[in-house]
Design a protein. Structure first.
Length: 207
């Protein structure tokens, strides 16, 4: 049987993850996974994001082949990812509302927050996966209530863990950032993803 080029699927509806993946110039399809993202009892932040990344990929893999427009002999490489912020051992999720975002930024003011971003690449043909959880540290400046209000009104980052967009005006809130790949903070670690894709026979730099 001739080699079938893997089809790449991003298991996410996030516009931020799509924008990051677009940087690689690879063909892919985006499908939103339908899973329960609630943490399990006593589950750590690291275990939570790792589990959710894998579950997102497997949820998309479970969709019948005809819906995904592929055959059983054609491998799908499904990318799953998740992110949470952690401060004082407590998980910080998406704020969703202005009130929650204000509270998150007030708590983060003049402190360091760790963002944990998981990345999973699942091969439907082999049913094997690669999985990593990558930390990224953000140190916030002392923030006044006026600065917080003005930032939230301008950028409205209510669907972003930690209540900011580092690729936008969120950068004005920070003293410094520490990590190996700035894409990780936005939601998709590209350096690790390229490693995984190459291990699965996909070369982003091919013609």
């Amino acid at each position: 049987m001739p080699y079938q080029e893997p089809k790449i699927i991003l298991a996410s509806s996030s516009i931020y993850r799509r924008e990051i993946l677009n940087k690689l110039g690879v063909d892919y399809e985006s499908i939103s996974p339908d899973i329960d993202e609630s943490p399990l009892p006593n589950e750590s932040a690291k275990d939570l994001v790792a589990r959710l990344a894998l579950n997102k990929a497997k949820a998309v893999a479970s969709i019948k082949p005809s819906t995904l427009c592929h055959t059983q002999s054609t491998p799908l490489l499904i990318i799953g990812s998740d992110q949470v912020a952690v401060l004082d051992g407590q998980i910080i999720t998406k704020p969703h509302t202005h009130k929650n975002a204000c509270q998150q930024l007030r708590i983060a003011s003049n402190r360091e927050v760790t963002f944990l971003t998981s990345l999973c690449l699942y091969n439907t043909l082999t049913q094997q996966h690669h999985l990593v959880v990558i930390p990224y540290e953000v140190a916030f400046l002392p923030l006044t209530d006026e600065q917080i209000e003005n930032y939230l009104k301008k950028e409205q980052p209510y669907n972003c863990a930690g209540s900011f967009k580092s690729e936008g005006l969120g950068i004005t809130l920070f003293r410094h950032m520490r990590g190996d790949d700035p894409n990780t903070l936005i939601g998709l670690p590209l350096i690790e993803l390229v490693k995984m894709l190459r291990q699965e026979g996909v070369e982003p730099l091919s013609e």
